[in-house]
Design a protein around this ligand. Structure first.
Ligand SMILES: [Ca+2]
Length: 517
């Protein structure tokens, strides 16, 4: 998922993919600004099913598996197949026994720069767009040349985690780096989808029909899980549907290969070392077999795209057979996904949020996730539901999200929306999950229109917008083309300074005004 397709996997998207602790490298989290869901979506034209493509996006969070498959195809169409021979030369001597000094022939996995095991596209052989010193082509080649030593060097850590030497040896034998992942990790798509296009793609009749089938087929499992955890079945079914289109798009990269590659090469090695060792622990314990652990380039696997560390934290043995099989066993899958949400703070009996009508002249400075207050207070400010229905629990605290500014619908977000954001830290993703769950429950589409006449700014335009805001003293950060809270605040202050509604929405009109035209 390059130019247009960016495989935002959970790991890629945020500091806390799937409940993982916050790590040092948070830059990626900004990839998913609130109106900027998953890149990658743009490749829809290349993909027979636009929806499926999203996966690469959505998986976006975990989103690597489902997400990835579409993204990879798109990327394949976009990327020149270059540097393959070059890379092969550099890698051809990499495969040998990790423990043996005699360098025996590779047990499997004939070396291919793109990972012959996955049949994916080759590495571009180019410097990464992040500009990180570990992402230059030279640094990648050097690290790839040391891949075997790097993997072998993780044995002491693996031993401390209780992995047997026999298992370590057998699971790492013939492991080869998949350098194509370096392209995917640093891809910076020029164009991204608007939130309304994103929602259109994710929430559709086909997926809803599949979701209803799944809810009926596994009713007993959902019943038991709801009783045990208090987590709404529709949210679980929604995550299953959005992440992998009900197990039909989970990604086909080897989790071991992907996480080993990322643990030894590139700019997030410490983070992925934990993922790789956790994947080994899962295999060592026998919860899953290696062939079941396939997924996104970032290592997320299964129908709800667990990262290995998230699996360790949240997976449970729902049917009591001794294995936590979140890939092929629906009972374990449903119970584990629910356990994840519960441990992240899911409030039983509460919904995720409400669509609201925001009154004319409203001060959007209050649309900030740090500014939560009781719904009754929001009602005093004039916010109401578009259907005229009352809010069931006016004392609940909520914050206002206005993804398209004053021209689009507002949403009052409750605690459970924050929980969904922990699953995948992208506002558009979490909104899609909540809304899809409501639709599965029989709810109606959003009432208010989106400003579909607005176009999404390109990456170049977003950079320019930040630079112009910085020149005028509104933006203090480093322009990077990624919109987060800091950009929104700067934009609102600029809007207020010129007397237009300060809603923080990056329209092309605002860009024109910044340009002084
Ligand atoms: Ca089980």
């Amino acid at each position: 998922m390059l130019a247009c397709l960016q495989p935002l996997t959970k790991a890629d998207v945020g500091p806390r993919p799937h409940g993982v602790e916050k790590k040092a490298d948070t830059k990626i989290s900004s990839l998913l600004g609130y109106w900027q869901p998953q890149p990658g979506l743009l490749m829809a034209d290349f993909w027979p099913d636009r929806w499926d493509m999203m996966q690469s996006v959505a998986g976006l969070a975990k989103r690597a598996g489902s997400v990835t498959s579409g993204a990879l195809v798109a990327a394949a169409l976009l990327l020149p197949a270059c540097a393959q021979a070059q890379a092969q030369n550099g890698l051809s001597n990499l495969f040998g026994g990790i423990f043996s000094g005699s360098n025996p022939a590779p047990a499997q996995a004939p070396p291919g720069p793109g990972g012959a095991q996955t049949g994916a596209q080759p590495w571009s052989g180019e410097d990464g767009a992040s500009g990180h010193p570990l992402m230059t082509a030279a640094a990648i080649r050097e690290a790839a040349g040391n891949f075997n030593n790097c993997v072998a060097g993780m044995w002491p850590d693996a031993a401390r985690r209780g992995i047997t030497q026999e298992n370590f040896q057998s699971f790492t034998a013939g492991l080869a780096p998949d350098l194509r992942i370096m392209d995917l990790m640093d891809s910076q798509p020029e164009f991204t989808k608007s939130i309304w296009d994103y929602l259109d793609i994710l929430v559709n009749d086909n997926r809803l029909a599949k979701g209803r089938e799944v809810l009926a087929k596994y009713k007993a499992q959902f019943d038991a899980t709801e009783r045990a955890t208090g987590v709404d079945r529709y949210i679980i079914a929604s995550i299953w549907g959005i992440e992998s289109n009900y197990s039909t798009q989970m990604g086909d990269r080897s989790v071991l290969q992907s996480t080993a590659t990322l643990a030894c090469i590139g700019r997030r090695q410490a983070y992925f070392k934990d993922e790789f060792l956790s994947a080994l622990e899962i295999l060592n314990r026998g919860d899953l077999r290696p062939e079941q652990m396939r997924g996104s380039w970032a290592g997320a696997f299964g129908p709800t795209q667990f990262m290995p560390t998230a699996f360790k934290r949240f997976a449970v043995d729902g049917d009591g057979d001794g294995r936590r099989d979140v890939v092929d066993n629906p009972t374990d899958l449903i119970a584990s996904t629910a356990n994840n949400l519960k441990k992240d703070g899911w409030q039983a009996g509460q919904t995720w949020g409400f669509e609201v009508v925001v009154p004319q002249g409203f001060n959007y400075m209050q649309a900030d996730r740090a500014k939560a207050m009781p719904i009754a207070q929001w009602e005093k400010l004039g916010l109401k539901r578009p259907t005229g229905q009352p809010f069931p629990h006016p004392a609940e605290k909520a914050y206002l999200l206005a993804p398209a500014g004053a021209q689009g619908p507002g949403f009052l977000m409750l605690q459970n929306y924050r929980v969904i954001m922990k699953y995948n830290p992208a506002e558009a993703y979490a909104l899609a999950i909540g809304h899809f769950a409501d639709r599965l429950r029989g709810g109606a589409p959003f009432v208010q229109p989106w400003p579909r006449q607005e176009r999404e700014l390109s990456r170049t335009e977003r950079l320019e917008l930040q630079q112009l805001l910085a020149q005028r003293g509104f933006y203090k950060g480093t322009p990077d083309g990624q919109f987060g809270g800091q950009t929104r605040e700067a934009l609102r202050n600029f809007q207020a300074s010129i007397g237009v509604p300060a809603d923080g929405f990056a329209s092309s009109d605002v860009l024109e005004r910044l340009r002084g035209r």
